[in-house]
Design a protein around this ligand. Structure first.
Ligand code: OAD
Length: 250
């Protein structure tokens, strides 16, 4: 199932970097954005994922986020998330970068995940910038307010036209440039700057592999595309890395 070139690259890899997108959570039951039946088929990004839209109608935007938070609370990490959590202990240098805001990588046990687009489980005040405490977020409010200054709370996610969290993109690019194997998993590769990360890895000489049931805009620029669901393919890579670890001198 895995190509000889990939097996060879994995056998000697000292550094692996992974970029994930919504597809890695699809098998958990979290809808993707652009696949058939995806979120952007039902909603227009400009109605929900822009600061201006939020200020115009915070109750509507929060209704959407409360719904998505509920979906995420009710699902579990799938074998793809679990495989990535296992991978971090099988290679000396491992970096996981995600565009997902669902926190499922951390729930599967991944450490130090670079969350390029934020995390839906956190919120902060648009006026004073303070993050809401866990107990505040647990209380359901249609339009939650800051307990310190009374300002509007917003989800800690990156909306269209906003900057990525400070330092996140730089760290991701550094990891991409120093890795031996790069995996682009479950992303359509149409949202920049995230989509430039696999391209930077390729330019720096990494073996770059895409894992996705469909070809994407990035496919022509990969070393190879493995067509299939991440929950099936990633565990195969872990099996290979585990075998490698068991053959290494102790
Ligand atoms: P998309 O919805 O654009 O793409 C999801 C990809 O996952 C598609 O290419 C699917 O073919 C693939 N996919 C579906 N099921 C899969 C499975 N079981 N295993 C592997 N892949 C599967 O989602 P993203 O690329 O993550 O940004 O979208 C990027 C950004 O666009 C998101 O972070 C979000 C959105 O606007 C913000 O909210 C800022």
């Amino acid at each position: 199932m895995l190509s000889q070139s990939l097996l060879e690259a994995l056998s000697s890899a000292q550094s692996i970097c992974v970029l994930t997108g919504a597809g890695v959570s699809a098998e958990s039951g979290v809808p993707t954005f652009r696949s058939a039946g995806g979120i952007w088929e039902k909603f227009r990004p400009e109605d929900f994922a822009r600061f201006e839209s939020f200020i115009r109608n915070p109750e509507l935007v929060w209704e959407w986020y409360h719904y998505r938070k509920k979906v995420i609370r009710e699902v579990m990490p799938n074998p793809g998330h679990i495989a990535l959590a296992q991978m971090q202990d099988l290679v000396p240098d491992f970096t996981l970068v995600t565009q997902n805001v669902d926190g499922l990588h951390a729930r599967a046990g991944s450490r130090n995940v670079i969350e390029l687009h934020g995390n839906i489980t956190r919120s902060y005040c648009v006026d004073c910038g303070l993050f809401a405490g866990e107990e505040e977020q647990a209380v359901f409010e249609r339009t939650p307010r800051c307990k310190t200054c009374g300002g509007l709370l917003r989800p800690d996610v990156v909306w269209f036209g906003e900057l990525l969290p400070a330092g996140a993109f730089g760290k991701a690019m550094e990891a991409a440039r120093r890795c031996d194997v790069f995996l682009s998993v479950g992303t359509s590769g149409v949202v920049y700057p995230a989509a430039s990360i696999p391209l930077a890895a390729r330019s720096a000489g990494a073996y770059v592999v895409e894992i996705n049931p469909e070809y994407t805009d990035l496919s022509p620029r990969m070393n190879e595309t493995i067509l299939g669901p991440s929950g099936e393919i990633l565990p195969l890579l872990v099996t290979h890395l585990t075998q490698r670890a068991s053959h290494e001198p102790t």
